[in-house]
Design a protein around this ligand. Structure first.
Ligand code: ARG
Length: 563
């Protein structure tokens, strides 16, 4: 039985004339300090009824209750403090974890509902930025967390693969590009062509007109341009996939902006037919003043559609294709207005389901003070960052454990895990700078620290070597284990909290806390000592490893058995 319910049942016979079951339950507190019991019931609200001093009331009530379900019940001032029978609770929790294994913490809150997650979504012919990395790892972790609660997450890469910039790129390539050079290093070369285009266009504005014309023809299906565009796109996706492979992330769909090119008319027609949009100086706009938002530009005066127009078509497509219960967009903070506008226009069109669309914004990350940027050269490539992290991890591992088998794979899990963990442990709205040497460390609040904790406990279990079966009753010295048990018990709630706030940092912070407590346990307790508590300690350690591994997996991070 849940402990709170147990307390209610204990108090109810004495208080039923004055308080309802629910009122009692709502009054129960969980003191921060263990010295005040595991739970406390304050009696202040009874003072008026009993017309006595609160500490007297607390004493009277405590004298009348049947406290046999608890270790002890103690009155301190106006509080009745309840001490749980720790062995009972510990046994129940550990048994649950050992029996359920990686299913521990799973619930059916999502009932299989579809949740498209718009994540990563880099722009083709440009390198992937730190912001896209953040969107990728946040989106992936949110997907994993939702899956644990039985939602059905659908990972969608809404590639930026459409827009007038592709007219420019085609003009540049046909003007002064070289196939062999582009083939050798596609994205970098395409970026160069694009930068050159802007320089040349400053002297020769005709180029801009040409680019507009080329894009128009591309939109209308010009075969030659379409082939070039397809090539640029394929080369870009190949490069992105190298990063996704390092991160071990797969997408269900690569439906970028171009996919919606033929799906916008319906929206445009609806807006016009219902007088929601109007024409101003040749452009089609929707006034959003009543939402306190800037005017939404839907179509330019030259007929070109925009990012927002494509997102409107995208929202309809996702609603119809997936009949979603929620639709998520993991995109930087700087696009908040865009998503407000998107929802506002959809609401103007009478779509209640726009309420189920959530923009999940996040702050900016920089590496050594540098933003990954495409303008003015100075590109820090993400792939390079990840490979460097792997390299540092490899050095650390070599120093610690030179004969480790499978070192390359483990270095990858540790290096990449370090970057991912660092990215996820901060509240997502925070902006921060980082330095690779600091985060690929086995000490501090890092991914490798948690992985190392896991591996070390695993080694203990291997040394024990026997089968580990849950037992009905545990025999533990609670001085060092109790905090751990309470934390393990909280795991299911922690997952729910992370899901409700779309905040993987809740899991990351939890996993750090659990790793820290476990390391303290490891330092203070002789786990493998032969005595009558050995099996109980081993069961506890096994439960810790199950939860550590599962929590890391919800962040998209591997847990090597050895390190
Ligand atoms: N490609 C965009 C960018 O790099 C992000 C796209 C986000 N998704 C969306 N449906 N608008 O800024």
């Amino acid at each position: 039985m849940l402990v709170k319910k147990q307390i209610v049942e204990t108090l109810l016979p004495v208080l039923s004339e004055h308080l309802t079951q629910e009122q009692i339950e709502n009054l129960i507190e969980q003191p921060n300090n263990n010295e005040h019991g595991d739970y406390a019931f304050p009696v202040f609200s009874l003072a008026k009824i009993f017309r006595k001093a609160p500490n007297q009331i607390a004493q009277d009530v405590a004298d009348q209750i049947d406290a046999s379900a608890f270790e002890k019940v103690q009155v301190v001032g106006a509080y009745i403090n309840f001490y749980i029978k720790r062995d009972d609770l510990a046994s129940t929790v550990i048994k649950e974890v050992l029996e359920q294994g990686e299913d521990y913490g799973q619930t059916d809150i999502g009932k299989g509902g579809n949740v498209p997650i718009d994540m990563s979504s880099p722009n083709i012919a440009k390198p992937m930025s730190m912001g896209h990395l953040r969107s990728t790892v946040l989106g992936n972790s949110i997907a994993l967390i939702l899956k644990k609660l039985n939602y059905n997450p659908i990972r969608i890469n809404h590639l930026g693969d459409w827009g007038t910039q592709f007219g420019k790129l085609i003009v540049a390539y046909q003007g002064w590009g070289d196939e062999e050079t582009v083939k050798k290093d596609p994205v970098n070369e395409l970026v160069k062509l694009y930068v050159d285009f802007h320089e040349k266009a400053e002297e020769n504005p005709e180029l801009d007109d040409q680019a507009r014309q080329v894009f128009k023809e591309l939109e209308q299906g010009n075969e030659e341009y379409h082939q070039l565009w397809t090539w640029f796109k394929e080369e870009s996706i190949n490069e992105f996939k190298r990063v996704y492979n390092l991160l071990d992330i797969e997408f269900d769909h690569y439906t970028g902006e171009s996919f919606y090119n033929d799906k916008m008319d319906e929206v445009l027609d609806y807006l016009a037919d219902h007088n929601i949009s109007k024409i101003e100086r040749g452009a089609t706009i929707v006034d959003l003043e009543k939402y306190n938002l800037p005017v939404a530009l839907i179509k330019k005066s030259d007929g070109a559609t925009l990012y927002l127009t494509r997102d409107l078509a995208t929202a309809y497509y996702r609603k119809r294709t997936f009949d979603f219960v929620m639709s998520l967009y993991v995109v930087g903070n700087e696009q908040s207005d865009h998503f407000r506008q998107l929802k506002a226009v959809l609401k103007e069109m009478g779509n209640d389901w726009a309420e189920d669309m959530h923009h999940i914004p996040f702050g900016l990350i920089t590496l050594n003070g540098k933003k990954l940027s495409t303008r003015k050269g100075k590109i820090v490539l993400l792939e390079k960052v990840l490979n460097e992290a792997i390299e540092i991890a490899d050095q650390q591992i070599t120093a610690k454990n030179p004969d480790l088998e499978n070192k390359a794979e483990i270095a990858k899990q540790v290096g990449v895990g370090a970057v991912v963990f660092h990215d996820l442990k901060a509240d997502r709205l925070n902006s921060f700078d980082f330095n690779l040497d600091d985060i690929v460390q086995f000490e501090g609040e890092t991914g490798p620290y948690v992985q190392y904790t896991y591996a070390r406990l695993n080694t203990v279990l291997n040394k024990y070597g026997k089968e580990i079966k849950p037992s009905e009753e545990l025999n533990l010295d609670h001085e060092h284990s109790w905090e751990i048990i309470k934390l393990i018990k909280q795991y299911p709630e922690v997952i729910i909290k992370a899901a409700e706030n779309f905040e993987p940092s809740v899991i990351a912070k939890y996993v750090i806390q659990l790793a820290q407590l476990s390391n303290k346990y490891y330092a203070k307790v002789r786990i493998l000592e032969e005595n009558d508590q050995l099996e109980s300690r081993i069961q506890l350690v096994k439960a810790i490893t199950i939860v550590l591994k599962d929590a890391l997996s919800l962040l998209g991070i591997g847990a090597p058995e050895k390190m």
